[in-house]
Design a protein around this ligand. Structure first.
Ligand code: TYD
Length: 164
């Protein structure tokens, strides 16, 4: 999947290339202690991640062909790790999308606030671990894609720029 940046405004008559919110979505390589007895990875909040970890959850026994996610968060940040098996994460900032394939327990995908995410293509036996910056709060979810787009666009408009 190819992400194309958008020209969203002008400054002094010159087109301004929108800074990609998606560029903040990135793979973080976690420490890995390799050992003939088995490898070990550790994660410290605010050290290996740009946030303190307040909550951990994981999904497992996901039936083949199932799709999870389908929402954005207003404030919280997350790191997603394929602890076992593999799956794809499609991220969308309301202007474009980017697809990540996760398959290693020492890589985490960092997702900032206001990023629409869909998880799919789960392999059999996959486990998706999520480290989160906030406690669970349903009010932090945006579960309607059209509302998500409106929020992103209204933020952009109210800033008079691209809102980034
Ligand atoms: P949801 O975040 O929609 O799952 P996914 O993005 O993986 O598809 O959550 C599914 C359900 O679980 C929903 O009813 C809310 C509940 N839930 C909690 O109670 N606590 C949590 O920490 C999480 C992540 C979800």
């Amino acid at each position: 999947m190819i992400y194309l940046p958008h020209i969203t405004g002008t400054r002094g008559g010159v087109s301004v290339l929108r800074e990609e919110r998606l560029s903040k979505c990135k793979i973080i390589e976690l420490p890995k202690i390799t050992d003939a007895k088995g490898n070990l990875t550790f994660i410290e909040g605010n050290v290996h991640l740009p946030f303190a970890i307040k909550r951990v959850y994981y999904t497992y026994d996901v039936p083949g062909g199932e799709v999870r996610g389908g929402h954005a968060h207003k404030n919280l940040q997350q790191l997603i790790i394929a602890m076992s098996g593999s799956f794809d994460v499609i991220l969308d900032d309301g202007y474009g999308e980017k697809k990540f394939h996760l398959s290693r327990a020492y890589y985490g995908l960092y997702i900032p606030p206001m990023t629409w995410r869909v998880l799919e293509n789960f392999s059999s036996g996959s486990v998706c671990l999520v480290l989160v910056s906030e406690l669970y709060d349903e009010k932090d979810y945006v579960r309607d894609y059209e509302i998500f787009k409106k929020i992103v666009q209204s933020t952009s408009n109210s800033l008079g720029t691209n809102g980034k």
